[in-house]
Design a protein. Structure first.
Ligand SMILES: Cc1cc2nc3c(=O)[nH]c(=O)nc-3n(C[C@H](O)[C@H](O)[C@H](O)COP(=O)(O)O)c2cc1C
Length: 380
């Protein structure tokens, strides 16, 4: 995997940025045009299907979008509000926009700068990165690409406790403030597009944290996704490793009140309501549909809530926040933006999301993120 010319790697292996801050790529007038730009940039149909596709019949993938489309926003007139502010805090992080980018792995296949570019664009936009364990780049290089940016490290609670603890230590040393444990992926989902296409992820694209000459091998960490021969971890095992690691953590993949409470009991400070973008259990409900159940279960406690799966525009972010999320995570949307235009593409995504959110907040008469609530929503 080659590193783009604007990135230089120092002798100790740290990547840094040589070029000045990238301007948003205004060739793309809408978020849809970023998707079209990604399609143009990704020549390999198998790779495109890997990005686009979901598990099984892709019912959950479709439901994620349908759930957003069903919700209606109630306009409010003559509100007297000024320019809406998108600033908020989530998980102890001060955000300029209520948005984080999701940990999408193998991202160097979409653009050679991968999460280095995403992290830099996020830093400028005031968004935070959830950096994937299966990134093309090491967590240290991504931290160095945007040193002042807020970042959370995603890990799989899988394999040996020793390796997970070692990765938490690496993340803490590189300045990551928190861990996001992906709990819905103890085995890879049944993704038929990949089977039909005979598509395999390029191992170099997922080995940033586990290089061939490194301390821990790729097979040791991710082999279980396909071998399926070890017991799935429990909340107790996760709680013990997380407590020893000492960083605050969130559980990714929560879709039920039962699991939200179990995660809270295990010590999670936040849950990420997610069905992995429809890529894991087909037939699982849309994340947005589960948000009220989870918000109710966690009401009155200190556990915060983020949501991903199906977010494709600013209106979706607003709807999720109104329904009880504290922050929203964008997955494929950020991957499309990255593929379409690298750092400038992701910067453009943030710009378009921001403008749309401000427009909507003006039309529903809400000045601050904290003002968004269920009274502005109407089911058809
Ligand atoms: C290409 C791709 C790779 C992904 N890799 C990971 C991963 O390594 N770890 C993880 O927790 N989630 C992974 N995800 C899931 C995302 O983090 C996120 O949950 C999902 O994309 C949200 O749905 P959306 O794409 O509809 O926004 C991946 C998603 C995509 C599209």
């Amino acid at each position: 995997m080659s590193i783009a010319p604007s990135i230089q790697v120092t002798e100790d292996g740290q990547a840094f940025r040589a070029a000045p801050e990238a301007r948003p790529d205004d060739r793309f007038a809408t978020l849809d045009e970023l998707v079209a730009g990604a399609r143009d940039a990704i020549a390999d149909d198998g790779l495109w299907d890997f990005l686009e596709g979901g598990a099984g019949d892709e019912q959950t993938l479709a439901d994620n979008r349908a759930a957003f489309a069903r919700l209606r926003l109630r306009p409010r007139l003559m509100s007297g509000i000024g320019v809406p502010s998108l600033e908020t805090t989530f998980f102890g992080i001060e955000l300029g926009v209520p948005i984080l980018t999701s940990p999408f792995g193998a991202e160097g296949q979409f653009h050679p700068e991968g999460h280095l570019a995403v992290a830099r664009a996020n830093a400028v936009a005031g968004a935070a990165s959830i950096v994937p364990e299966a990134s093309t780049f090491s967590l240290e290089d991504i931290a160095a690409a945007a040193p002042r940016a807020a970042r959370i490290m995603q890990l799989h609670p899988m394999g040996s406790e020793r390796t997970v603890a070692w990765m938490i230590g690496r993340a803490a040393a590189a300045g990551y403030g928190a861990i996001c444990f992906t709990c819905d992926c103890p085995t890879a989902g049944w993704r038929e597009r990949n089977l039909r296409n005979r598509f395999d992820v390029d191992l170099a694209a997922v080995s940033g944290n586990y290089p061939p000459d490194g301390e821990v091998g790729l097979e040791e960490v991710f082999g279980q996704l396909f071998r399926r021969d070890e017991p799935i971890w429990t909340w107790e095992r996760l709680a013990a490793v997380a407590a020893e690691g000492g960083l605050p953590w969130m559980a990714k993949g929560v879709l039920t009140a039962e699991d939200a409470l179990a995660a809270a009991h295990a010590g999670a400070r936040a849950v990420l309501v997610s069905n992995h973008g429809g890529r894991q259990l087909d037939g699982a409900p849309a994340s947005l549909s589960q948000l009220p159940e989870i918000a109710r279960a966690l009401e009155g406690g200190a556990v915060e809530i983020a949501l991903d799966s199906g977010v494709r525009r600013g209106a979706d972010v607003i709807k999720a926040l109104a329904l009880g999320a504290d922050a929203v995570v964008v997955g494929r949307l950020a991957a499309y933006a990255l593929a379409a235009g690298g750092e400038r593409g992701v910067a453009r995504m943030h710009e378009l999301l921001r403008e749309e959110m401000i427009t909507i907040m003006s039309l529903v008469g809400r000045e601050r993120i904290a003002d968004l609530d269920r009274s502005m929503l109407q089911a058809p």
